[in-house]
Design a protein around this ligand. Structure first.
Ligand SMILES: O=c1ccn([C@@H]2O[C@H](COP(=O)(O)O)[C@@H](O)[C@H]2O)c(=O)[nH]1
Length: 235
């Protein structure tokens, strides 16, 4: 029996810093981290990220995917932001993951080094959508293949759907940090997410963190929505 505690990351997907700040205040007692990503960074910039993340654990979800030199240099440009977690795409390849890991070691102190998370297969993809990109064999085997590549090359953890958690824990054990988006409380609309589970199911399958966006930010009371998810995780 693991003593893992599954925690909530609230995805604050908006272009508006005031809205992000309001949401951050509402969810902060219940979410252990906030996630800011491409939508916010492109609209509001990295300075706004710093302001909203001040005093909070930040999951900076940039999903970097480029040649190793460019990814390493981009990470060098992030040292002033000080995120707790940072994402790259595992499909960028072994050398790109290694360059990202090296850049984190070079640009952050040991205490402040962000956890490097490699995105395996986006939770918006199912077997058919993945096959249409030329990857045969199904989502699960691609997640395991990319997980192996990423963990061997310096990633500290993975972004995957909750459906792959049991297979990843069986293959790689307890130490990789496993982060699962595609989480929907019972009855919530899946939207564009294809591989979904409830917060409690993801907890039972072995998630360290769950990421929840629209079911929280689209609720009439985002604070209450986050509190309900935190309660479900604590059951
Ligand atoms: O495979 C992935 C990787 C990242 N995400 C991000 O998580 C949130 C999910 O938001 P919801 O509104 O709860 O669907 C979003 O910011 C994505 O960019 C993901 O969904 N899947």
């Amino acid at each position: 029996m693991s003593d893992r505690r599954t925690r909530l990351i609230a995805a604050l997907d908006t272009r508006d810093p005031r809205e992000a700040s309001r949401w951050a205040d509402a969810v902060t007692p219940h979410a252990s981290a906030i996630k800011l990503g491409l939508e916010f960074v492109y609209a509001a910039g990295l300075e706004a990220v710093s302001e909203i993340a001040a005093g909070r654990a930040l999951f900076l979800d940039l999903k970097l995917h480029d040649i190793p030199n460019t990814v390493g240099a981009a990470i060098g440009s992030l040292s002033r932001i000080n995120p707790a977690m940072l994402t790259i795409h595992a499909s960028g390849g072994a050398a790109m993951v290694a360059a990202a890991s090296h850049a984190l070691n070079e640009n952050f102190s040991t205490e402040n080094r962000p956890v490097l998370l490699a995105v395996t297969v986006l939770t918006s993809l199912d077997d058919a959508a993945l096959a249409a990109t030329g990857v045969e064999g199904g989502v699960r085997s691609q997640v395991l293949r990319l997980a192996d590549l990423a963990l061997r090359n310096g990633a500290d953890g993975l972004v995957c759907s909750a459906h792959e958690l049991a297979a990843l824990r069986a293959e790689f054990g307890d130490s990789p940090v496993l982060v699962t988006p595609g989480i929907r409380p019972q009855g919530a609309a899946a939207g564009d997410q294809k591989r979904v589970m409830t917060p409690g199911e993801a907890r039972d399958a072995g998630a360290d963190w769950i990421v929840v966006g629209r079911p929280v930010t689209g609720a009439a009371d985002p604070g209450a929505a986050a509190a309900a998810i935190a309660r479900e995780l604590a059951e």
